[in-house]
Each structure stands twice: as structure tokens, then as C-alpha cells.
Design a protein around this ligand. Structure first.
Ligand SMILES: Cc1ncc(COP(=O)(O)O)c(C=O)c1O
Length: 384
């Protein structure tokens, strides 16, 4: 999970490297109760090969949650259970992109997802984003130039909400434009929305899946990793029934009997018992408090010329250094003091990112976060 971050020194005493879930937040007692229930009352299903689509009650719970919270009504065949968002992305690329096709990604994008896509025989093309998310005009230009070059863009992978690594959220206008472009160019959009529930201020704009009224162009990936526990390896994918059927009944799922039945049944019990939503409220408070501490520290300690994003949710702040200072030079000095972070290059599929660094606020101790930012400020001042 961490090795592929260039330049990261995990041993640092002030580790800004990890963008993980806060491990002290895991609701262990409630998960134990859910596991006991699943094994007491559903052992015959939970311990066996399962339904390819996943446990019916978990799918029903998720569909009801989406309808209640987002007014997103999905038919039973439009959502299935995956082994996390990663598995959903891997399956979508495997099934819906042909060898040699182009997969469009954001610049920057989640580095592990870039590595996952690179496992497939496809080409990556990067489209820049700004504070309002993916730049729709740049996407249009890239699609035009790919068409002129005779390339086939099969799908767009986007993280529209509280993006990893930038923390930015795609505006409603941009979301609509992306859907229009997808329709115009016959593009499938894979919407990775794993941070959506972790908003701190206001709820994010409607998902791309919601905006795709014809329900043809978007596969949305969700996950219990960020709102419950990544070790469960339980997530979901929603979209057009035909695509969902293709994914749920692919060879891997048919041979293996669905994604992680035991973990899916435990997750189902956890949700149906009513534990999930209060837990999400606690997580929002925890991460919002951490975000506030980080932003205040940046405000206090960063020299003029340094810029950073102000995320409304999720785990990440993205810092831009003034030219000519690069994040690698800063990391070299910072590592001597035990301060480590991921530099920007790893997140760019086609180069760039030298002046950026990612500061996750989800796992680092609050006091270390403040000390880390103070030290970063001093080093940047000295290096400039
Ligand atoms: C944007 C994004 N997508 C997907 C994942 C992985 O999700 P999962 O654990 O559901 O596979 C992460 C984890 O860091 C992430 O940041």
C-alpha cells in the first residue's frame, strides 16, 4: 500500500505519508457483535460460496441508503457487492477496456489506482484538474485529439469527491459537462466515490451516477473501507444493469462465489443493526477536527507563496510549493528530521507534479501534525 509512493520513508517520526483510515476508529465491539450474529444465524450462507451479487440484505440496505440520503433510486440489478472499490475498478478495466485502449485519468490521481490500471494492457492519458475538479474543457480537448489520432478512449477513471490526493471536489457544472462528454464520445465513466460520506461541511454535489439520467455511462464505486474498515474488503459497484451483470457474473466472481461472503455478511449485520450511520457521524467529527488542525497550522506556519487545498471532506490536503522549490528537495531535508510525505510525481500518469506534496490528516497524531507543519514551514523558508 505504501511502497509505491516515491521517496516515502515510512520510518519517519513525523509521518505524513499514510492516507489511511484512523485505526483507533475501528468499531471493534460492534463488529464482534455483528460477526457473532452472522455466524450464529447465517453460518450456512456466510461460510459457503455466495450469490455472485452479494448478500441480498446488504444490497437492499445500500440501495435504501442511497435513496434516502441522495434520492438515488436503483433497481436491484443495478448494484452488487465487490471486494472493495479496488476490485470494482480492476474488474471494470478488465471487462470494459480492450488491449491498446486508452484509459483517461485525472492529473493528479490516486497512485495505487494508476498502478492497478497499469496492470492491464491499456494506455493511460492524464487530464488536469483544478480547485473545481477535473477540467471538463481539457477533457474535451484530450478526447478530440485522441479521436484524431485514431485512439479509442474506453473509460475515464475519476475521483470526483474529496479526491485522493488533491482533496478537491468536482463542481456540479463540471459533473454535468463530464456526463455530456461521456455521451458524446461513447465513454464509460468509472466514478470512485469512496470518500463521499465523509463530508465535514455540506453534502457534496450529486454523484455522476445520479446525473447520468439515462443510466448508461457511469459505474460508481463505493466502499466500506473508509467508513468502516478496509480489512473487511467489502465495497459495491452501481450502474447500468447490463454492465453490473457483466461484472457480477464474470469468471472470477462465478468461480469464487461472490466477493468475500463472510465479510459481506458481517458488514450486512453491522449495517442492519443500525451501527453504520452513527459511526459515520463520529468519523466526520474526528476527521473534520483533524482537517481544521492541519489547515490552522498551515495558515500559521507556511511562508508566502505556498498554496494548499481546503478539502470539505476526506483525508487529504494538497500543497503546492513556489517555483523553483521541488518536493523532492524538500523531502530530502525533511527526512533528515524524521518528517516524511509523498511527493507529487507518483500521482501523475504522464509526468509533472514536482512542486506538489500530499498531506493526509487521517492517521498522523494531532500534535505530530502541528509539529510537522511547523518544521515544513521552517524548511521551505530556508530552502527558498
Ligand atoms: C480514491 C480511492 N479509491 C479506492 C481506494 C481503495 O478502496 P478499497 O479499500 O475499497 O479498495 C482508496 C484507498 O486509499 C482511495 O483513496
Amino acid at each position: 500500500v505504501t511502497e509505491s509512493i516515491q521517496g516515502a520513508e515510512p520510518e519517519g517520526t513525523l509521518p505524513f505519508v499514510y492516507g489511511h483510515v484512523d485505526p483507533t476508529s475501528f468499531p471493534v465491539d460492534q463488529l464482534m457483535a455483528a460477526a457473532t450474529e452472522a455466524l450464529t444465524y447465517q453460518s450456512q450462507q456466510a461460510l459457503n460460496y455466495g450469490d455472485e451479487m452479494g448478500p441480498a440484505a446488504l444490497r437492499g440496505y445500500l440501495r435504501a441508503k442511497l435513496e434516502r440520503q441522495e434520492a438515488l433510486a436503483l433497481a436491484p440489478g443495478e448494484l452488487f457487492i465487490t471486494a472493495g472499490a479496488s476490485a470494482g475498478l480492476d474488474t471494470a478495466v478488465r471487462l470494459f477496456a480492450q488491449p491498446g485502449d486508452v484509459v483517461l485519468v485525472e492529473a493528479p490521481s490516486f497512485h495505487e489506482a494508476l498502478a492497478l490500471i497499469r496492470d492491464h494492457p491499456v494506455k493511460l492519458a492524464a487530464v488536469p484538474l483544478d480547485e473545481d475538479g477535473l477540467i471538463a474543457g481539457a477533457l474535451a480537448e484530450r478526447l478530440e485529439s485522441l479521436a484524431q489520432a485514431g485512439e479509442r478512449p474506453a473509460l475515464l477513471y475519476t475521483i470526483p469527491t474529496f479526491q485522493n490526493p488533491s482533496g478537491v471536489t468536482m463542481s456540479l457544472v463540471r459533473r454535468r459537462a463530464v456526463i455530456e462528454l461521456a455521451a458524446q464520445f461513447g465513454l464509460l465513466v468509472v466514478e470512485d466515490d469512496v470518500y463521499r460520506d465523509l463530508y465535514f461541511d455540506e453534502a457534496p454535489p450529486p454523484s455522476l451516477l445520479q446525473l447520468d439520467q439515462e443510466r448508461q455511462r457511469v459505474i460508481r464505486l463505493g466502499s466500506f473501507s473508509k467508513v468502516l474498515a478496509p480489512g473487511l474488503r467489502v465495497g459495491w459497484a452501481a450502474g447500468p444493469a447490463g454492465r453490473i451483470r457483466r461484472m457480477a457474473y464474470c469468471g472470477l466472481m462465478t468461480s469464487g462465489g461472490g466477493a468475500n461472503p463472510l465479510a459481506a455478511y458481517v458488514t450486512e449485520r453491522f449495517c442492519v443493526e443500525g451501527y453504520l450511520e452513527p459511526h459515520i457521524l463520529r468519523l466526520r467529527q474526528n476527521y473534520a477536527d483533524r482537517r481544521d488542525i492541519l489547515l490552522s497550522a498551515l495558515e500559521l506556519h507556511m511562508p508566502a507563496g505556498v498554496r494548499w487545498t481546503e478539502p470539505g471532506g476526506g483525508f487529504f490536503v494538497w500543497l503546492t510549493l513556489p517555483q523553483p522549490l521541488t518536493a523532492q528537495v524538500l523531502l530530502r531535508e525533511a527526512a533528515k528530521e524524521g518528517l516524511t510525505f509523498a511527493t507529487g510525481e507518483a500521482f501523475f500518469a504522464e509526468g509533472g507534479g514536482e512542486h506538489h506534496l500530499r498531506l493526509p490528516f487521517s492517521t498522523i497524531e494531532r500534535s505530530e501534525m502541528v509539529r510537522g507543519v511547523e518544521l515544513l514551514g521552517e524548511l521551505i523558508r530556508a530552502l527558498l
